[in-house]
Design a protein around this ligand. Sequence first.
Ligand code: DC
Length: 241
Amino acid sequence: MAHSRPSTIAIDGPAASGKTTLGGLLAERLGYLFFDTGVLYRAITWAAQGRGLNSSDEAALAALAAELKIDLEVPAVSDGRLYTVRVDGRDVTWEIRRAEVDREVSIVSAYPQVRRALLERQRAIAAGGRVVMAGRDIGTVVLPEAGLKIYLDASPEERARRRYLELRARGESADYQEILARMRQRDELDREREAAPLRPAPDAIVLFTDGLSIEETFAKVWALVENWRQRRGKIEVEEPG
Ligand code: DC
């Protein structure tokens, strides 16, 4: 029997475009696992900094990416987290979101060797299906066969505003202009890199979310999930055989 829901859903898009919030809600509604792949790159960057590795040492960073123990767990604390991230057993959920990690994570994630080391890890997580995976290259590289691909986008100003409010809500100091400048810098690095640059897959549905609340964005995506079989059915009918 044909499935009525996509078994793997890829959500890609630039920093602070709402992938994590949307992905978390979607996974909850579907009873799927939500996996935010940015956590892997952040955890490696955080661990590299702690170990004094140079961010120009691709081989050392790739070795770290291959062996570092990174776990995502259902949270036991309620402080706004969607999941708990552990590196070698230590809770680093908030530490990997700090500005020092933000500053270097785009450099670390641009290295092909680092990406290669993480590719199989990500595919293994999605292998059983029933997963919503968020990142930059999920629809293009990690899961090119994903049943539904969403590319979330928003203007840099809107994304900087969201990040600013998020930081303030956590009681951290934040400067909007600085966040905006960093956001632009990170966008450029993610888009211009050679290895798996940030871009929508040809079969991704692009949603521009400026002016949309999270509820409105969710409603649009949910409609795509609900109509998935119909749309797929159409494609199957159009294709001979
Ligand atoms: O989504 P995020 O801001 O937590 O991601 C952190 C960094 O990791 C981002 O600058 C780009 C990189 N990343 C990536 O290259 N590929 C992914 N699938 C996920 C994140």
